[in-house]
Design a protein around this ligand. Structure first.
Ligand SMILES: [Zn+2]
Ligand SMILES: [Zn+2]
Length: 329
């Protein structure tokens, strides 16, 4: 299970109701940010998730609507010093732009108070390996080089078959855990039991795919395939498909069609342009792909394997705000 907190859902400029792109992904104790548009730090506070452990940031590309919030966020982190270090991933253009912001503007060639590690994304490689899940990137077409989407995916696991274990006379105890971990167990009577004797076929884990901005969808089918949640830009409507093509974006209809082709379980359409009314986007996406939702800022969902996402209430405000330094402008 992953939780998604939509911190900002607007395209290119904020509207009254929508902030610039940022999405928090919560997985166990670890929390990630995908993009960090202007105003993200206040959205993090408003969402109730707080800043703690929010120290891994994945950037989809170098456009300012997706990265400018890092200036404020890193400045706050720098003064607050509650995090030990920050890890930022992205393509080279995104990293270079953020480095210019960090070293020439925010910290002005001084050493940042906490280490900031910049990592250039290499597609296909595992970028982050958690106990239960991993994060990897896939290349997307947009404007400029090295634009990426990200896949958060739980490891497949083999279920423990209790009936088989009992038929083999396996005692309930630590042996079961060892077998689940893939180790052969030798019982008191000398019999060896191999994991294959008591474990079922692998069951895949929950898969969340976040695309960032896109100019086409045909080159990300493999990445999107079978996603339990596909978070995809839907900047334009089909009636403006020509403009979308010219400026390197896709339409809500294209997003829905991709979901349909790729056996996606649920679609979140985001990066919404101010030129449209929200209901127009909802109507276009839902018509082609009913299992879809157009999130508003601060919408919070839990995403599961093979069952619909569950909308969660906004958490009560965290205590983190009280931990922020007083004054210090
Ligand atoms: Zn954008
Ligand atoms: Zn862009």
């Amino acid at each position: 299970m992953f939780e998604l907190v939509f911190l900002g859902t607007s395209a290119s400029a904020p509207s009254i109701h929508r902030g610039l792109p940022a999405l928090a992904v919560l997985a166990d104790e670890q929390r990630f940010l995908v993009d960090c548009g202007e105003g993200s730090q206040r959205q993090i506070l408003r969402s109730g998730i707080g800043f703690k452990r929010l120290d891994h940031i994945f950037l989809t590309h170098a456009h300012l609507d997706h990265i400018l919030g890092l200036g404020g966020l890193l400045s706050t982190y720098g003064r607050w010093e509650a995090l030990d270090e920050i890890h930022i991933w992205g393509g080279l253009p995104a990293i270079e732009r953020v480095q210019a912001l960090v070293y020439q503007v925010i910290f002005r060639r001084e050493q940042p108070p906490i280490p900031i590690y910049f990592n250039r994304v290499l597609p296909g490689k595992t970028l982050y390996q958690g106990r239960r899940f991993s994060v990897r990137a896939f290349p997307v077409s947009h404007r400029g080089r090295e634009c990426y989407g990200y896949i958060f995916e739980e490891k497949a696991r083999r279920p423990f078959l209790v009936e088989k274990a009992e038929a083999l006379g396996l005692p309930s105890g630590p042996e079961r855990g060892q077998l689940v971990a893939g180790q052969t167990v030798v019982l008191g009577d000398g019999r060896a039991i191999h994991p294959d004797e008591v474990l079922g076929e692998p069951i895949r884990g929950t898969k969340v795919v976040i695309t960032g901005d896109l100019s086409r969808t045909d080159d990300i089918r493999a990445a999107a395939a079978g996603a339990d949640a596909l978070v995809i830009e839907s900047t334009f409507l089909d009636r403006d498909a020509d403009i979308a093509r010219q400026v390197g974006h896709i339409t809500a209809l294209q997003a829905a069609e991709l979901a349909l082709e790729c056996d996606v379980k649920f679609l979140f359409s985001t990066h919404i342009s101010r030129r449209y009314r929200e209901f127009e986007v909802i109507r276009e996406v839902r018509k082609a792909f009913p299992n879809s939702y157009v999130p508003r800022d601060l919408d919070h969902f839990a995403v599961f394997r093979d069952k619909p996402p569950q909308k969660l209430d906004i958490q009560s405000r965290s205590d983190d705000e009280d931990d922020l330094p007083e004054g210090g402008e």
